[in-house]
Design a protein around this ligand. Structure first.
Ligand code: A2P
Length: 217
């Protein structure tokens, strides 16, 4: 490839500061630790294990994947549609290297991934690509719906799955499925959406300082 292609990263995103990464990891571990002890979770264990009687330790079930970040645009060094246009976007140039405060508003768990939903501000949405929600199927979700931090993936699952799992839950909500309110936990309210999909809406969103930058790998 040319120098021009080389200058486009694997992905752009907000990278959480290391102290806040620790905090988010701890919160997520606490949640997983509590979730797999709940009777309601045990009732639906088969979603995770394939067998009703088997136990699962969610802290072991998911593998962490590197630095915590919220991907804005996956570019694959310019090979992805819209990658060059994104890299040349004025907002991307202007905000590159700037600090932001992301609002982590929910945690979600599926048999494939665990992640944190990010609620983007108007300014943050300037960095959000227009086509990010196109994989939501027939649902039309507002820009920014897919924004998330991948916290862990089950064995053999790629991190791209986390955003797809979030879109799936939001599409269910939009389609009128309210989910089953399981209980009010200390961290917030826990809802079950079937097929192993759990959402914890945080009572107090986590404010996470993050730097808008890119990753080359
Ligand atoms: P995510 O943003 O959900 O964490 P990989 O290590 O597989 O190359 O991925 C690098 C990062 O880019 C990860 O953060 C990953 O998922 C994200 N990512 C990978 N593929 C895609 C894709 N097709 N669309 C959007 N994001 C992607």
């Amino acid at each position: 490839g040319s120098i021009e292609e080389m200058s486009i990263p694997l992905y752009y995103g907000w990278f959480l500061l290391s102290s806040i990464q620790d905090k988010v990891r701890c919160t997520s571990m606490d949640f997983l630790k509590t979730l797999d002890t709940l009777e309601a979770f045990k009732k639906h264990l088969i979603d995770f294990t394939g067998k009703a009687e088997k136990e699962v330790d969610l802290e072991q079930y998911f593998e962490a994947k590197g630095t915590l970040h919220c991907t804005t645009k996956f570019c694959n060094y310019g090979k992805v549609e819209g990658a060059k246009e994104y890299a040349q976007n004025k907002a991307v140039g202007d905000f590159y290297g700037s600090a932001f405060e992301l609002s982590l508003s929910a945690l979600f768990v599926t048999p494939r991934t665990v992640g944190a939903r990010v609620s983007l501000s108007e300014e943050q949405l300037l960095l959000w690509p227009a086509d990010a929600e196109k994989e939501a199927g027939p649902a039309s979700l507002p820009p920014g719906s897919r924004a998330h931090v991948t916290l862990g993936c089950a064995e053999g699952v790629e991190p791209v799955q986390t955003g797809l799992d979030l879109l799936e839950i939001l599409a269910l909500q939009q389609g009128g499925q309210q989910g089953e309110l399981i209980e009010e936990m200390e961290l917030g309210s826990l809802t079950y959406y079937g097929e192993g999909r759990w959402l914890l809406s945080l009572r107090e969103p986590i404010g996470a300082l993050a730097c808008f930058s890119s990753f080359y790998g």
